[in-house]
Ligand binder design. Structure first.
Ligand SMILES: C[S@@+](CC[C@H](N)C(=O)[O-])C[C@H]1O[C@@H](n2cnc3c(N)ncnc32)[C@H](O)[C@@H]1O
Length: 246
């Protein structure tokens, strides 16, 4: 992963795909489009930028004691980078089998212990999760169903939810103050829930270099939280209701 830290910010997403052996165009081709399929609430494939993932991991912060679940895991970038940076148990849930195959191959190639499950986030097992990540996998009733499922998990134990490009509106979720336009970290606030395990080391300090999105050179040097653009690799926030980001 060192080479990613030394890659210019604008080239980092492509370098990450090269490292993981992920060919996004080929994956879309195999899948036959962008992945929204016949589900009117589903959003198609858009990968989180490396910087957004690093900011999320650092902001939480995710530790080796966490169970991190990417809801709508796409080609696996979020789960794999998080595993590499934290040693957490990570799982990606994704409805498109072709994307899951790509993610599994990437995990093998990079020798990272990440599980990828073909499934619908409205039904897949979530009970063990302590940190959840959503880069707007769905909208409307599907998103509401996911939030309701996270509520059930949070009644048992405290969770963090990292939301990229989507605002979550639920009284039991408290947004942390942030200057980041795209990424918000939420903490569950429910009486009686077990606290999230605070043990374990924090993430690999290289998350700071990966989070940096300023000028490649000369520049102020790596710093956390500097976001100059959309969190996603190719698109801005996802807010449309027609299954595709704007
Ligand atoms: C915006 S992409 C995010 C991909 C990945 N999380 C990332 O940030 O790089 C949303 C993904 O969610 C998947 N998705 C949409 N609806 C879903 C559902 N109901 N269950 C599981 N996956 C879903 C899509 O196929 C797509 O890969």
């Amino acid at each position: 992963m060192d080479h990613l830290c030394h890659t210019a910010p604008q080239d980092r997403d492509a370098a990450c795909d090269a490292w993981l052996g992920v060919d996004e165009a080929a994956a879309r081709h195999i899948q036959g489009g962008q992945g929204a399929g016949d589900d009117p609430d589903a959003v198609g494939l858009h990968q989180s930028g490396v910087a957004a993932v690093a900011r999320a991991v650092g902001a939480v912060p995710v530790t080796a004691d966490d169970v991190f679940i990417d809801l709508g895991a796409g080609l696996g970038r979020v789960a794999l980078l998080t595993q590499a940076l934290t040693g957490a148990r990570v799982r990606g849930i994704e409805r498109e089998p072709a994307y899951v195959n790509v993610a599994r191959s990437a995990a093998t190639r990079a020798a990272l212990a990440a599980a990828f499950v073909v499934g619908d986030v409205r039904e897949a097992a979530l009970a063990d999760g302590t940190v959840f990540y959503l880069y707007a996998p769905c909208t409307g009733p599907a998103l509401a169903a996911v939030i309701a499922r996270l509520h059930a998990v949070a009644r048992d134990h405290a969770i963090c939810v990292c939301a990229l490009g989507v605002d979550l509106d639920a009284p039991w979720l408290r947004a942390r103050p942030t200057a980041d336009f795209w990424l918000t970290v939420y903490d569950s606030v429910l009486d009686g829930a077990r606290p999230r395990a605070a043990g374990g080391d924090g993430p690999d300090p290289r998350w700071r270099a990966l989070a940096y999105e300023g000028p490649a050179s000369p520049g102020p040097g790596p710093s956390a939280g500097a976001s100059t653009g959309a969190g996603g690799s190719a698109a801005g926030p996802v807010s449309s209701t027609d299954g595709e980001p704007p």
